[in-house]
Design a protein around this ligand. Structure first.
Ligand SMILES: N[C@@H](CCC(=O)N[C@@H](CS)C(=O)NCC(=O)O)C(=O)O
Length: 82
């Protein structure tokens, strides 16, 4: 797999099982990504980028995509980057 031109970003935190699922998929697909750290007690950072407070959120600057929901993210990654 060739990595996308612009680096993918994942808003996440370590203890979040939904975030782990997304990180594992990125690794499985051999994708480089920037892990944007979200404070589990302060969602300001993810709210700014996505308009909602849940993590994970994928940002794909290659397609102007900002996406919450781990299952949707996994499906998107498989569709675009496998
Ligand atoms: N259905 C969502 C669930 C995501 C979720 O519940 N994430 C937790 C962290 S593990 C969260 O951000 N909850 C909102 C909160 O704690 O305010 C997904 O699959 O991504």
């Amino acid at each position: 797999m060739t990595n996308p031109k612009e680096m993918l970003e994942v808003y996440q935190f370590e203890g979040c099982p939904f975030c782990r699922k997304v990180r594992q998929k990125m690794t499985e697909l051999g994708l480089d990504f920037i892990a944007r750290q979200v404070d589990s007690e302060d969602r300001t950072r993810v709210e700014k980028v996505s308009g909602q407070s849940n993590v994970p959120v994928l940002v794909d600057p290659n397609n102007d995509t900002v996406m919450p929901e781990s299952d949707d993210i996994v499906e998107y990654l498989e569709e675009h980057y496998s």
